[in-house]
Design a protein around this ligand. Structure first.
Ligand code: GAL
Length: 701
């Protein structure tokens, strides 16, 4: 066990909620640095991530070291009361590494090398890369462990690389040998009797490189697991080096939310602080809901503990096709959404907008136009809001509803050989999440192995791959009085990706009271009925289901076509609990009804007097309800109780109007006055010298 200082509390105890930024001083002359620090203080920034992309500067030639600039900037930051999240620079190797050692460069499925000139050009399995990354990490750790500015360590950046080269093939074989021990084991797990794929020697086994036709799905699944493990081992290797020199300071890396390339439940187990990058898309009116879901994943990853939004944008990004800026007020509601969902801090990429390089047009805390700008003022206002909310640091968000999610299942489900590629895992997740979000119901996204006993209702929108032990846990949960809703095309495959030779949904069929015979991807929409009432259409997917037990009942059925009269949704009772199996991609209203039934049965009350308008988000944390308007139009909310806003002290009635991009943090009824912590001094005094992760996979996997 690591000491308790390995968590965000070691930072928030002193500063309250964190406001931070990526700070890349190496892009600017040293005489701007004092000015940078003045602006950080003015904005209320108390944490900066330094050094993420500075490898070539730190190590200009192999083995050389240049730390003068970093010494100076860390000292300046410390004197200015700004704490540092010190990054290892290993996401962007210097040109000399790729030039001298091309084996450090990644190779794609077609054998093409990805060259330097951008970033992320490393092969996670290259021993040379690993040694070089380890050496620079060690130099940094040795030099800066115990530096009073260093409050957190940041390993690499958005670990997500993948390579299909020969050195990777060797590492993959070693990984497979550990998993299967023998070639017979491998052949059986991969089902190589199909298409004459039998392996007679380990040397024949390859990563899933470009091939003439569909690649073995079990091979692809294992390669995804292997790649995820390689990335995690890079993280762990650097973390362990840091630990040799600094046993006290938390270590993290920046995750990318629902990033397909790595299993973040495995990552989170190794991270002291769950830190995530989330970039709202201001052009997408639903982006705030995706953000909420991602934040609820972060809370699930951190086991309910506070986490950190370590990157976000103050306005537009530069990597979408068309980069709409945030509207006035939007950065504030985006930031408060993360805080409402358990973040103890919000950081921006980056502090000063770059003049050159591939992110010239990306927004920043300090735009090219300087401090007298809307964006800078809004960041400073946010800094004041976060101080007003500082006593919320460390407080929990309690959810009675779990949404199950598993990277292994995601990898397996979206194999090109399945009956449709339109039933996407994340779409399913969002479909089940949206009605709960509209009602302001709290949700935590957890792994199927989580302790389900603390939830009243468990949703499994898409668990294509389900291990027997997880099915057993769901069975025990329902028998013990739990409520479970399972989405379509679930429990289809085992952990090798092999299908169950039985009626579906395989290992869940008995629990759910369902006998499934045929999956039916739809050529045209099919009406669904609940009782006699029309309940919209299934558009992509239907299943030919029957009831397999006397306790099961069809709560919806197909209203036309060859499945007319057959169950579309089956409700069952097992032991003291209830389950629902949804055998179609229901229309949103129909799915909402199924979930309403499950909520009622689970005894979960709606927190608000009426559902929220689409653009409004409600989330409760530490006895306060955050109401956030994510649109540029005023929005009416029927709350049902009057309260006081923590940000302004104003009283609001049971029915209220949120102004455009308005935010309220309302004391919930029955809340005792919070005990305020010591007020924060305006400028934090220097401390004593002590030993103190969508669509975001650009250029990665
Ligand atoms: C993140 C990355 C940052 C920066 C940012 C721009 O993915 O970690 O270094 O590139 O995107 O949005």
């Amino acid at each position: 066990m690591y000491p308790s200082s390995h968590s965000l509390t070691s930072l928030t105890d002193r500063s309250g909620l964190l406001l931070g930024a990526d700070y890349n001083p190496e892009q600017w002359p040293a005489d701007t640095w004092p000015e940078d620090i003045r602006l950080m203080q003015e904005a209320g920034i108390n944490l900066v991530t330094v050094g993420v992309f500075s490898w070539a500067l730190l190590e200009p030639r192999e083995g050389a070291r240049n730390f003068d600039w970093l010494d100076r900037i860390l000292d300046l930051l410390h004197q200015g009361g700004i704490r540092v999240c010190l990054a290892t620079p290993t996401a962007s190797p210097p040109a000399w590494l790729g030039h001298e050692y091309p084996e450090t460069l990644p190779v794609d499925t077609e054998g093409r090398t990805l060259w330097y000139g951008a970033r992320n050009q490393f092969n996670p399995s290259s021993a040379k890369y690993r040694n070089a990354a380890g050496a620079i990490t060690e130099s940094l750790a040795r030099r800066y462990a115990g530096h009073p500015a260093v409050a957190m360590w940041h390993v690499g950046n958005e670990l997500g690389q993948v390579s299909y080269d020969d050195e990777t093939a060797l590492a993959f074989r070693a990984w497979l040998t550990r998993r299967y021990a023998t070639l017979e084991g491998l052949n059986s797990a991969w089902g190589t009797s199909f298409w004459s794929q039998n392996y007679g020697s380990w040397d024949e086994v390859l990563p899933p490189r470009k091939a003439p036709y569909l690649i073995n799905p079990s091979q692809t699944l294992d390669f995804q697991r292997f790649t995820s493990d390689q990335l995690l081992s890079l993280y762990c290797a650097e973390r362990d080096i840091i630990r040799r020199y600094d046993t006290a300071t938390p270590v993290t890396t920046n995750l990318m939310g629902f990033f397909r390339g790595a299993d973040y439940f495995a990552f989170a187990r190794e991270m002291d602080v769950v830190a995530n990058d989330w970039y709202t898309d201001p052009a997408d009116p639903d982006s705030h809901r995706s953000g909420s879901l991602t934040h609820d994943l972060c809370r699930g990853l951190s086991g309910g503990s506070p986490w950190l939004l370590i990157e976000s944008a103050t306005s537009g990004v530069n990597w979408r096709e068309h980069n709409v800026p945030k509207q006035p007020g939007e950065l504030r509601v985006d930031a408060l959404s993360a805080v409402a969902r358990g973040a103890d801090g919000v950081c921006f990429f980056q502090f000063r907008q770059s003049r050159f390089g591939a992110e010239r047009f990306h927004s920043a805390v300090v735009p090219l136009a300087g401090e007298h700008t809307r964006v800078f003022r809004e960041v400073a206002d946010l800094g004041r809001d976060l101080q007003a909310l500082r006593h919320l640091a460390g407080t929990p968000c309690t959810a009675k509803i779990a949404v199950l999610f598993d990277w292994n299942s995601w990898w397996a489900a979206e194999s090109p050989d399945t009956p449709t590629n339109r039933l996407q895992v994340l779409d399913q997740l969002q479909a089940y999440y949206a009605p709960l979000h509209r009602s302001g119901l709290a949700v935590e996204v957890v792994h199927p192995s989580a302790d389900l006993g603390r939830f009243e209702l468990v949703l499994a929108p898409s668990l294509f791959l389900l291990a027997q032990e997880h099915a057993d846990a769901l069975d025990a949960y329902v028998r013990g009085g739990g409520h479970l809703v399972v989405g379509p095309f679930s429990a289809v495959a085992d952990s090798n990706g092999h299908l169950a030779c039985r009626r579906f949904p395989g290992v869940l069929a008995d629990l759910l009271g369902v006998d499934g015979e045929e999956w039916v991807p739809l050529g045209s929409p099919v009406e669904v009925r609940m009782g006699e009432a029309p309940a919209g259409h299934a558009r992509i997917w239907a299943e030919d289901l029957a009831l397999n037990t006397g306790t099961a009942e069809a709560v919806a059925h197909f209203g036309e076509g060859r499945l007319e009269g057959r169950p579309a949704v089956v409700r069952n009772q097992t032991g003291a609990g209830h389950s629902w199996y949804v055998g179609a991609d229901l229309a949103p209203e129909a799915l909402e009804q199924v979930l309403a039934d499950a909520l009622e049965s689970a005894g979960i009350p709606y927190p608000l007097a009426a559902p929220l308008p689409d653009a409004v988000e409600a989330a409760s944390r530490g006895g306060h309800l955050f109401l956030l308007n994510h649109s540029c139009a005023p929005q009416e909310v029927l709350l049902g109780w009057a309260s006081v806003d923590l940000l302004t002290g104003a009283t609001h009635g049971a029915q209220l109007t949120l102004p455009p991009f308005g935010a309220l943090v309302l004391k919930e009824p029955g809340l005792k006055e919070p005990v305020p912590k010591e007020p924060v001094p305006k400028e934090l005094p220097p401390t004593e010298h002590s030993n103190l992760q969508n669509d975001r996979n650009r250029g990665t996997a």
